[in-house]
Design a protein around this ligand. Structure first.
Ligand SMILES: Nc1ncnc2c1ncn2[C@@H]1O[C@H](COP(=O)(O)OP(=O)(O)OP(=O)(O)O)[C@@H](O)[C@H]1O
Length: 334
């Protein structure tokens, strides 16, 4: 079951926001729509929700054709970037709201509300008002409110976008655990590749209204299907394929070579094979060090772990050798 999107296109005037999207979101999975601003992520999410109508194509939710079904009849839970809690209701009343307007018996409302307060780990804060909560707590309440009515599908549009980096990171881990408990089919929009990697079972990479690739976080990172995906889901050096530092065992193809910074190795002069390079900048990033190197006409960026970096004793303008453990080739550049 889950969500099946078939040949969905959507125009805003002359602008094509979605181009023949085909996507299968398996039942009970958490899928991230990842892409740069304007790539069509929110439009696709809003189309699944019924807040936008596709111009062509169809959307099936749990076996039902919902393409033209009213938004209220889709039984979808929605969480937006900006907390849409009712200010004049307490946390408990906010969570209970959807159940009460559905005329759920009071005993059931109470049970469900307490269960959800436990699930979002805010048991002690049920009587507070939204303005007495932190941003992260408010988003947890928004999620509980969306889950209260047992939606068939949960849609989240940059739910942690307005929060600071530390809280975002905590909430990602929390959402992952929560999803493992509730297993509702969920689609999550983000432009943050780290967030998508950490939270999702599958990532859908979007660009200019099209899907570039669908895969697990590991598949997307290790086997990017296009230069766009390779560049979007992590840093990358793009070099002409004839450049020397490409590993000998790599099958050199036409086009450009894509090398991740952590795939580069630095070797002291005389200590092995490699392409001569000059150290131009060293930046300490905490758990790793970024070294920018000049190789004739090109610059490359290497990321070294502390263990790799310290024994090298690198200094600015030092001559070194550089080589790559890996490279991928694409015929066109992103
Ligand atoms: N109601 C609308 N009318 C006209 N153009 C729109 C409308 N909604 C979206 N668009 C355009 O469609 C494109 C895709 O927008 P969308 O919001 O889906 O992108 P996104 O990938 O979610 O970007 P962001 O991360 O910035 O939210 C954008 O160029 C946007 O300007």
């Amino acid at each position: 079951m889950g969500i099946i999107i078939q040949q969905v296109s959507k125009n805003f005037g002359d602008f094509q926001a979605l181009r023949e999207i085909n996507l299968d979101v398996k039942d009970g999975t958490l899928v991230a729509l990842l892409g740069p601003s304007g790539s069509g992520k929110s439009t696709l999410l809003r189309t699944i929700a019924g807040l936008e109508q596709p111009d062509r194509g169809s959307i099936w939710i749990n076996g039902q054709d919902t393409t033209y079904l009213d938004v209220r009849d889709r039984n979808i839970g929605f969480v937006f970037q900006h907390y849409a809690l009712f200010k004049h209701l307490t946390v408990r009343q906010n969570i209970a709201f959807g159940l009460e307007i559905r005329k759920t018996p009071p005993k059931l409302v109470k049970e469900k509300t307490e269960e959800l307060l436990g699930l979002i780990q805010l048991e002690g804060l049920g009587n507070r008002y939204p303005n007495q909560l932190s941003g992260g707590q408010r988003q947890r309440v928004a999620l509980a409110r969306a889950l209260a009515v047992s939606p068939q599908v949960l849609l989240l549009d940059e739910p942690f976008g307005a929060l600071d980096a530390k809280v975002r990171k905590e909430l990602r881990a929390w959402l992952r655990r929560l999803h493992q408990e509730v297993h509702v089919t969920s689609v999550f929009v983000t432009h943050d590749q780290e967030e998508a990697m950490e939270v999702a079972d599958y990532i859908v990479v979007m660009n200019e209204g099209k899907i570039e690739q669908v895969g697990t976080p590991t598949e997307i990172y290790d086997h990017p299907a296009t230069p766009f995906v390779m560049s979007f889901v992590g840093e990358v050096n793009v070099l002409p394929s004839h450049v020397d530092l490409i590993p000998r065992n790599a099958k050199v193809r036409e086009g450009a070579a894509f090398i991740r910074p952590h795939e580069l190795e630095i070797v002291p002069l005389g200590a092995g094979e490699g392409t001569p390079a000059i150290v131009r900048h060293i930046t300490h990033l905490g758990w790793e060090t970024q070294v920018e190197l000049e190789l004739g006409d090109f610059e490359v960026t290497a990321h070294l772990s502390r263990e790799q970096f310290l024994p090298l004793n690198l200094t600015l303008n030092q001559k070194v050798l550089v080589r790559s453990r890996n490279a991928r080739f694409f015929s066109q550049v992103a």
